[in-house]
Ligand binder design. Sequence first.
Ligand code: PLP
Length: 420
Amino acid sequence: MADRSPVWHPFHQHGLGEAIPLVTRAEGAALYTDDGRRVIDAISSWWVTTHGHNHPRIMQAVREQTEKLDQLIFAGWTHEPAETLARGLVEIMPEGLPHVFFSDSGSTAVEVALKMALGYWHNRGEDRARVLVLEHSYHGDTIGAMSIGERGVFNRAYEALLFDVGTVPFPAKDPQPSLDALEAACANGDVAAFIVEPLLLGAGGMLTYLPEVLAEMRAICARHDVLFIADEVMTGWGRTGTLLACEQANVTPDILCLAKGLTGGSMPLAVTMASDAIYQAHYSTDRSKMFFHSSSFTANPVCCAAANANLAIWREEPVLDRIASLSDRLGAMLARLGERDDVTNARHCGTMVAFDVAVADQGYLAEIGPRLRSHFYARDVMLRPLGNTVYVMPPYCLTDDDIAQVDAAITSGLDMVAAS
Ligand SMILES: *Cc1c(COP(=O)(O)O)cnc(C)c1O
């Protein structure tokens, strides 16, 4: 256990004195701690690890790249791993996104998307700067990303820094009011872009909606020339059952954000892919129209090498079959759990299953969350309920034995809650 450490952890209340496990090694879906435990990483280390930890092909690519080039300024310079990756992404992602801009996290991929959208309208001399968002969305923790996300306890202190956006109601069972609200907002003529998490809203509580709704939202934006931004930072790389969630709705966005699973979850890297129209709005002999964004580690060669290995895995291995198999097995677990009276709103999207625990105390700060988390950890399972929502989102290599262990931990956790 890391005690009296100078480390200040994210989304962690140090004042509660909870033990902080020290992980020394990982392999597949397992984390190994310094006190000799094998813990199942049932949330893919916060939704990033796709194929499994320390994937041999990805680690090998990283080792090889470190022998050649560690880091390079990317403004007007280039390197082979980035060129290969950009070509590979254009090939594997939906047609119509021929330009790839690199950054290093999901939040920065989203910030870049917003700047591209506003830059597009600015460079065309049109006065459109309003951003539309979906209720309950999460797009990251930087100021811009927070501005377009759900407001709540996690950003109340910073409200003065957040810009105003238009919020479209979440498309619940009857999506029509949501679609009507989007149509009305788009018709105003001042909207630059609409940003969505396709099919599955993560941090907002693992909320799902149908591909038909996503397709209709995209069509509404197209009718009103509103740019459609798909934040596939979490949903991308197979999480929802297909490479991209957008595929299930036959949707190509104007701007696509990818991060988390881009390197198989092994290294920090992100891309924002853009339509040719977005690129052309910045393309000019006029230097004032260039895209004004960079960060020090843009397209870091070692991270790009990891992403190239991930792409090779997608091209050469039956990744979608593994995902389908995992999805079936997680679905069977959810069906068993769903028979309980205290399990409600069961939802399943690809390799994510979630349900709400029927308790009076709900919301992000619900006490039941940390109680269940420590119960699960005591049973060597890492899960992090969102308030009273329990979800499982494991790496695709999870075994049947691992699933049985996760199932048993959740079942005894629910029994513990019911008994208290
Ligand atoms: C995690 C996430 C982000 C932020 O990504 P980071 O790499 O944590 O900055 C953005 N959008 C969505 C949908 C996410 O799930």
